[in-house]
Design a protein around this ligand. Structure first.
Ligand SMILES: [Zn+2]
Ligand SMILES: [Zn+2]
Ligand SMILES: [Zn+2]
Length: 169
């Protein structure tokens, strides 16, 4: 998902941190800024490489601490099945269950918040006396664009990149 206005999102994050009285350090802000530039999910190590452009001394704990903070504030989500992180597009809803649709071909992650999912999970948890605190819904497949490429059968006449192999899960 490409953002049309990353600046707005960043100032929104700054504002929320002020309201919550937590410190969005320049480093944390930089990690968040880098994440707004990603079309999909990104791993901590790829983030570290990007962070090192502006902060050559950055080490893995630097990135993990920043990511923990951003997760806590609800600015990003962890994509558990892909061991990576993705920007949240619903800052204003502090604790939402979102369904993450992950493209196994290009890595695009689309977030959808759906009240239905949250309610169903809560109901299921309640029925079994389970104290639900956090849930993640991750769906794997192909994004609309990749689906077109995967179903294409004129490889010699198209300009798709058919060299990408879809990870089987
Ligand atoms: Zn979200
Ligand atoms: Zn895709
Ligand atoms: Zn093709």
């Amino acid at each position: 998902m490409t953002l049309n206005n990353p600046e707005k999102l960043l100032s929104q994050a700054e504002e929320l941190c002020q309201q919550r009285n937590v410190r969005l350090t320049p480093q944390r802000l930089e990690v968040l800024r880098l994440m707004t530039q990603q079309p999909g999910a990104i791993s901590a190590y790829d983030l570290l490489d990007l962070l090192r452009v502006s902060e050559p001394q950055a080490k893995p704990p630097t990135v993990y601490r920043a990511l923990d903070f951003l997760l806590e504030q609800g600015f990003i989500h962890r994509v558990e099945s892909a061991n990576s992180y993705v920007l949240c597009h619903h800052f204003e809803e502090p604790s939402h269950t979102s369904a993450l649709f992950i493209c196994d071909r290009c890595g695009l992650v689309t977030e959808k918040t759906t009240d239905g999912i949250e309610e169903r999970l809560a109901k299921l948890a309640m029925e079994s006396g389970f104290d639900l605190r956090h849930s993640v819904v991750e769906a794997h497949g192909l994004c609309a664009e990749c689906k077109v490429v995967e179903t294409c059968d004129s490889h010699d006449r198209c300009d798709h990149d058919h060299s990408i192999v879809v990870k089987k899960r």
